[in-house]
Unconditional design. Structure first.
Length: 291
């Protein structure tokens, strides 16, 4: 399942959902948390149930729901409304560690049974850096729970927790605490052997800045990015797509090692290529469905 561009959509807006379905995002994250006021959450759940039922068929995007966090007391109600055929998974905000992932998985198990879904059908993307406790528990996602689909990170809630007056420098770069959170999320995902998804680029009227940020994300090892506006999806997908030169080199590396299985290092174009390069080449090819 591709998770390169994941678009947040308010779970209480039929108009925005209809538009979002046409923008070629890899996944739509229908948001029951921050996008929906407390008084509107029950109605949003009802709408979501119908949307998931209607989307249970062939389509080119996967259906995700960001539920309310465990400490809200609303998670069980959210899950009861959305765990049904057609749902790819949930996004779990403000998780404190792997134990929260396991707890939510246990909540999902009987709901899958009741819906006639195989156990484990519903994946979980964890927002892994939104609490202070979470920062000390990022290693707890490995070995990966069977439901863990990816890790992502967020800075706004974490900034509120620590009392920061800002989380970005004047030039738009993350301040050091949030650079650390981003890096640790990336390493935690690698440790758990799941994709790392970079956080939002908040200014949806800044496509140039978004594209530059996505190229940095891809360079650093993230496999995709969250979006908050339909116009961001095409930019994200373009920035994360490997170039023809990238693909050609990856194919050459894979072919060279396949032809010389006993070697750990091979020369290509005057440069020494070893097993880490082979692993990266396979990732590049896998990103376009090859290999």
């Amino acid at each position: 399942m591709r998770l390169t561009a994941l678009l947040f959509v308010p779970a209480d807006s039929d108009k925005k959902f209809e538009k979002a379905k046409s923008v070629s995002a890899d996944g739509l994250i229908l948001d029951l948390e921050d996008s929906v006021a407390p008084a509107g959450k029950a109605a949003a759940r009802d709408m979501l149930s119908g949307w998931i039922d209607a989307a249970n068929g062939p389509r080119d995007w996967s259906f995700w729901v960001r539920v309310n966090p465990l400490d809200s007391g609303l998670t069980a109600q959210d899950l009861a409304a959305v765990v049904r055929p057609g749902l790819a998974g949930i996004v779990l905000p403000k998780a404190n560690g792997g134990h929260d992932l396991a707890r939510v998985s246990e909540m999902i198990d009987p709901l899958e049974d009741a819906a006639g879904m195989p156990r484990g059908s519903v994946g979980i993307i964890v927002v892994a850096t939104e609490t202070a406790a979470a920062m000390f528990n990022l290693g707890s996602y490995a070995p990966a729970h069977p439901r863990l689909a990816a890790l992502t990170w967020g800075a706004e809630d974490l900034a509120a927790v620590v009392g920061a007056t800002a989380n970005k420098e004047a030039d738009g770069e993350w301040t050091r605490p949030y650079q650390l959170a981003r890096s640790l999320c990336l390493f935690a995902a690698a440790n758990a052997e799941v994709p790392a998804i970079d956080t939002l680029h908040a200014d949806f009227r800044d496509p140039e800045g978004l594209e530059a940020a996505c190229r940095v994300s891809r360079r650093d090892g993230f496999s995709g990015r969250l979006a908050i506006h339909p116009d961001q999806v095409a930019v994200i997908k373009r920035a994360f797509a490997p170039s023809e030169a990238d693909l050609a080199l990856a194919r050459r590396i894979v072919a060279a090692f396949a032809e010389n299985p006993g070697l750990g290092t091979i020369g290509i174009d005057g440069k020494m290529v070893d097993i880490p390069h082979l692993k990266q080449a396979r990732r590049v090819l896998a990103s376009v469905g090859e290999g």
